[in-house]
Design a protein around this ligand. Sequence first.
Ligand code: UGA
Length: 431
Amino acid sequence: MKISVIGCGYVGLVSGFCFADSGHKVTCIDNSDKKIELLKDNKVPIYEPGLKELLLKNLENNNLNFELNINENIRDSEIVLIAVGTPTGENGDADLTFVHQCAREISEFISPNTQIIIKSTVPVGTCDEVEDIIKENCVHSEFSVISNPEFLREGNAINDFVNPDRIVIGTNEQTDKKIMINLYKNIITEDKILFTSRRSSELIKYASNSMLAMRIIFINEIADLCEKIGADVTDIAKGIGLDKRIGPHFLEPGPGFGGSCFPKDARALIESGKKYGAPQTLLESVILGNENRKKNISKKILDKLDKQSENEIGILGITFKAETDDIRESPSLIIIPDLQENGMNISAYDPEGEKEASKILKDVNWKKSAYEAAENVDCLVILTDWEEFKNLDLNKLKNSMKRPLIYDFRNIFDPDMMTELGFEYCSIGRG
Ligand code: UGA
């Protein structure tokens, strides 16, 4: 099939490259000339494991090409997939400017019988709006708008795309269903597709992210309680996760959730609840609890230090999680300035995050390795669980630190082992 993918962010690039890899002819379109130039130059504008390899492979197959701006070339596409950003708007709701603009622009060019797929995360009713915009501007009315939210995680995006738990497709039209089955036929078997109405499909995405965010804040608060009462959150997560109704995933405590999705989507769902008179009070607490958590981390660290004589802190991990260069809503963006306000000097290392973080964080002494970030510090703080941090030579690390104090907010090491190695090791929820 011929597909145009509009928007070269995480979702657009991963979907586009994976569809190309499954045999479709894909054109990725973006209005950023910088992005398109990079892509045409065989470079991927984001860090995502495996994406570069997919790019090279599918350029060679002639399954992939790139286009600056929406133009008449999309006439050839049977499918136009919209994957543009839906950032948080002024009131916390989703800002649909890019989606609406995209709908207006494509309506000039789409051929009869084109399927327009909305992959961007959009509030309930957006497919209806897109349909209206296209109807207003298009010379024919033979097109359909289908909701098909994406559930991939940054850092594991390709694997999530090609091995999804489910594909959700919002449409009531039989023809659309057949075309969607065909689109995914080399990726997933039909039994993994859940067909719903467009509105349900749109809401599934928000409900899914919000539910996961809720689990994280729950386990984080349980971790806090564990610290006070001398219990171990790892055992609690295992103990509750063995109940099939709860399940073991997404129960790892941390410094608070970040990224471009959970905070944004939970806020947008709260706003939808207000708009339709169905308050999402649980989610309001989730957002508040998460913000408070990020604000309280610096206090935990400072409490371990002698503020008169100890003010050198090394940070390992700046991105909102491992295996990404994304720093959006990362806990580090709150924690580092808080520590600096309290007179701490910060050295930091992140395998991929420095470029973006250095645009936002000021007066950070950026280092080229974890060992360098640990040199002469009074405390080393782990904020992201990058694989390379788990494999550090811990003796080497300890010998370069002024005080062998590690505050690990991802629980990547075994506390007994760390004590045996001579560290003062603090982690979360392991009272
Ligand atoms: C999330 C969802 O997991 C995807 O299904 C969804 O497609 C995506 O949002 C999206 O809407 O685009 P992502 O934001 O890439 O994916 O990252 P996650 O792996 O879900 O992690 C989100 C945050 O939760 C991170 O800060 C992570 O460190 C934190 N987290 C996650 C925990 O603190 N504990 C956990 O057990 C899991």
